[in-house]
Design a protein around this ligand. Structure first.
Ligand code: SF4
Length: 357
């Protein structure tokens, strides 16, 4: 759904803020869209109903930009990414409508073979559990070689040089030893670095990282994120980062999209989101920021539970938990509004003529 610009009355409550941390970040803000998700809607048909896991999601990742998609479990952030990559199991899942434009081409119209060529080569994904993604019985070296050979036509000697360089870039000081080991012989942090190396071998334009460090200790998490940022800046790769952790957002993101009950409810640059959140759900999430490295799965400071996606409440899905809910919120879905500072928000508080709650 397109965002509607609101008038002066709402604007006055939200001072414009500067965003970004340097010229590279500023350049990312000006860059053309690499990926545009438009009205993406994915449902799961289960025996007792239809789970509306992603509903009308709009999202954009520009070249060289880190976009963090934030929300509690079940907010639709992973389903949106999996749908964009055509990795939803059908059935029970179904992409009901929408577009996923990657450099202008709709991924939802690609054949299976075309998608296989895009995945890993132009868009890579890493997940939170490297043990599930790596084959425990095959040496790390063989897994890296197999992936490299899928993407590039290189000799065995060239492959070894490329792989060792890629491990060194990821801070692995003894690549020879690591290449001989199997995943179960390596630490979680080492395996996540290997996952990152696998994801980067195809030199993708976009990396989708779904809670990539949740299973790691705080120090290792920090190392992995610093590495991701370093590589992102060296290569101008874009990152679509999925997280529940605003500490990670503060470290990594250029722009932030907050999702609730399968929909984006707020989108803005990092500084604006962190210092001037608009949506009451975003304020609640920021108010309950867990320290980086925390294993907290659900941010319990927001009262109540996320809604049942099979039976969403009428009006605003957040209304049962919202401290500022008004009568209109329970009757009608909030409009999608574009504010003067560039933030986009779905909330009645910012509609012209709405009360302040
Ligand atoms: Fe709260 Fe109403 Fe805004 Fe929903 S629309 S977040 S209930 S104020």
């Amino acid at each position: 759904m397109p965002w509607t610009r609101v008038g002066e009355a709402a604007t006055a409550r939200m001072p414009e803020q500067e965003a970004g941390t340097g010229s590279g970040r500023a350049a990312a803000r000006e860059a053309p869209a690499l990926l545009q998700v438009v009205d993406l809607t994915t449902h799961f048909h289960v025996p007792d109903g239809v789970v509306r896991a992603a509903e009308g999601v709009d999202l954009e990742v520009r070249s060289g930009e880190v976009v963090a998609v934030v929300g509690e479990s079940g907010s639709g952030k992973s389903v949106t990414a999996l749908s964009a990559m055509r990795l939803i199991a059908e059935p029970p899942g179904k992409i009901v409508r929408g577009k996923v434009l990657f450099e202008g081409e709709d991924l939802l119209t690609k054949t299976r073979t075309e998608m296989q060529a895009i995945r890993g080569q132009r868009i890579s994904m890493i997940f939170q559990n490297p043990y599930a993604a790596l084959n425990p019985l095959i040496s790390i070296g063989d897994q890296l070689r197999e992936t490299l050979n899928r993407h590039r036509d290189v000799t065995r000697r060239q492959a070894r040089v490329i792989i060792e360089e890629s491990l060194a870039r990821l801070g692995i000081s003894e690549p020879g030893r690591v290449l001989k080991s199997r995943p179960y012989q390596a630490s979680g942090g080492m395996n996540q670095r290997v996952m990152l190396a696998l994801a980067l071998l195809g030199e993708p334009e976009l990396l989708i990282a779904d809670e990539p460090t949740t299973m790691l200790d705080a120090m290792t998490q920090m190392d992995i994120f610093q590495l991701m940022l370093k590589i992102q800046r060296e290569t101008n790769m874009s990152i679509w980062l999925i997280t529940h952790d605003f500490g990670v957002v503060a470290l990594m993101a250029d722009r932030v999209v907050v999702m609730y009950a399968g929909k984006p409810v707020e989108a803005a640059d990092r500084k604006t989101i962190l210092h001037d959140p608009k949506h009451p759900y975003t304020s609640g999430l920021i108010g309950s920021v867990p320290a980086m490295g925390s294993r907290v799965k659900r941010l319990s400071q927001i009262p109540g539970e996320p809604p049942d996606l099979r039976a969403l409440p009428r009006g605003c899905s957040f209304a049962p938990r919202c401290p500022r809910a008004m009568e209109v919120c329970r009757a009608e879905a909030p409009p999608s509004l574009r504010l003067a500072d560039g933030a986009a928000v779905k909330c009645w508080l910012y509609a012209d003529g709405a009360g302040s709650g």
